[in-house]
Design a protein around this ligand. Structure first.
Ligand code: COA
Length: 156
């Protein structure tokens, strides 16, 4: 993807571009703050598998959010991870990143996109529902700390 400068629905101007190796330090800071379950080796592997699916958001030359989209063996898209630096949440970045993910997947002729969300993560769940995701299942003990995940899917 060519880097794009956009204004979110809340009026924040951001740059969205593909991941580059020096970004990994900020990615890990943002992901630890967001209590996601990933690690840097896994993120690098996912980048190498499909560079087009690893997006970062820049504001004033700092990385403030990221999103990793992967392709499943069944040929569907999956939002593997999405997180925004806590100082920038609620400003429309998450919604913008999901829109870009949908357009990348559609360009690749993918018909569905799935994801998992913690049962307790009502903010993310509300965001996904508002973007057309529906609940399709539940995975108990999905996360390392034992919490279950709601499985959600959207038609593209
Ligand atoms: C989930 C997350 C990525 C959303 O990103 P964001 O940039 O804050 O989201 P947006 O500003 O685009 O908000 C989109 C919607 O989320 C919901 N939302 C965002 N912040 C909220 C808040 N503080 N309280 C309640 N709802 C909120 C609203 O429904 C909002 O819709 P609106 O635009 O109609 O108000 C972000 O909160 C985050 O990084 N959380 C920690 C990591 C995480 O939970 N990742 C998802 C794992 S499945």
């Amino acid at each position: 993807m060519n880097p794009m400068v956009i204004s979110t629905a809340k009026g924040l101007v951001i740059k969205i571009r593909n991941f580059e190796f020096p970004d990994i330090k900020r990615i890990m800071e943002i992901e630890e703050e967001a209590s996601l379950d990933g690690n840097s080796a896994l993120y690098m592997e996912l980048y190498e598998e499909w560079p087009e699916g690893f997006l970062v958001v820049e504001k004033d030359d700092d990385v403030i959010a990221f999103e990793v989209i992967v392709l499943t063996p069944e040929g569907e898209g999956r939002i593997f991870a999405i997180a925004v630096d806590s100082r920038y949440r609620g400003l429309g970045i998450g919604r913008s990143l999901l829109r870009v993910a949908f357009s990348i997947l559609r360009k690749n002729k993918i018909g569905f996109v799935q994801l998992e969300v913690r049962v307790s993560n009502q903010i993310a769940e509300r965001l996904y529902r508002s973007m057309g995701y529906i609940e399709v299942g539940f995975a108990p003990y999905y996360y390392k700390d034992g919490e279950g995940a709601i499985l959600m899917k959207k038609v593209l």
